[in-house]
Design a protein around this ligand. Structure first.
Ligand SMILES: Nc1ncnc2c1ncn2[C@@H]1O[C@H](COP(=O)(O)OP(=O)(O)OP(=O)(O)O)[C@@H](O)[C@H]1O
Ligand SMILES: [Mg+2]
Length: 240
């Protein structure tokens, strides 16, 4: 008979979580007229999870993403992102912590108009001190189907092409986390569909954790977990 081996229970520690937030709050506006946007967010997201964030307009989705991605500092609570304590970092430390680890795709693309597609993807990696930034940027643009548009400026690209550049820029540094805020919001249905496929294909390739804000049921349906935000807290949290 085989000896019975001791069974060690595997505990998910916070160091294994991509995001761990406790009682996270955010108040913006002036001191005498603060607007309470986040009122106590408790949230754990495991590495590699794909999560959709839904909620009415003005419910605080973009604000929550800004806090979780280190673009905005929380007013209170605790926040660990990839094991790093975002709640206590100053702006410089947050910028440093984001670099190369967090990729962000926004509705309005936000490409730099004076840079070509290649430069838009390569420059953030160069600033982060990567050696082969140009080659990696080119490979990533080829992966999103834009190998023939490397030297084009954003204004010479269609909306869908610009969003492909934005996806390449977000994924090229192989980030642990990808945040996307309504990535199909400015695109027609067919182009939006292509962008969804591409975003999930690139996420699959990198194994990154993905949190995506969307009103698009198709996009939400691609995620393993769906959160809704209401009154500044997570109102529902369901596995898809
Ligand atoms: N700098 C600011 N000062 C004061 N209030 C703000 C500020 N930024 C955002 N808000 C308010 O915070 C609330 C949440 O805004 P947020 O952009 O996070 O909502 P959202 O859920 O992303 O909405 P949408 O679906 O329209 O994009 C809104 O009521 C907004 O007016
Ligand atoms: Mg928003």
């Amino acid at each position: 008979m085989q000896p019975v081996l001791p069974c060690h229970r595997i505990r998910v520690t916070t160091s294994q979580a991509a995001i761990s937030a406790r009682n996270l709050t955010l108040a913006l506006g002036s001191d005498d007229a603060p607007v309470e946007i986040l009122r106590g967010i408790d949230l754990d997201i495991a590495r590699g999870e794909t999560v959709a964030l839904l909620g009415p307009s003005g419910s605080g989705k973009s604000s929550l993403m800004a806090v979780l991605s280190g673009l905005e500092r929380a007013s209170g609570g605790s926040l660990l992102v990839a094991g790093q304590d975002f709640a206590t970092m100053d702006e410089d430390a947050l910028a440093h912590a984001r670099r190369g680890r967090i990729g962000i795709v926004l509705q309005a693309f936000h490409l730099l108009p004076t840079m070509t597609a290649l430069e838009n993807v390569a420059t953030p990696m160069e600033l982060a001190g990567e050696n082969d930034a140009q080659a990696r940027a080119q490979a990533e643009l080829e992966a999103v189907g834009l190998g023939h548009r490397l030297g084009h400026y954003p204004q010479q690209l269609s909306g869908g092409e610009q969003q492909r550049v934005a996806i390449a820029r977000a994924t090229a540094p192989r980030p642990d986390l990808i945040f996307a805020d309504e990535p199909t919001g400015n695109l027609d249905a067919a182009t939006g569909h292509e962008i969804v496929e591409l975003l999930f294909a690139r996420r699959e390739e990198t194994g990154a954790t993905l949190l995506v804000i969307t009103h698009d049921p198709e996009l939400a349906g691609h995620c393993k977990r769906v959160l809704t935000l209401g009154d500044g807290v997570i109102a529902t949290d369901t596995a898809a």
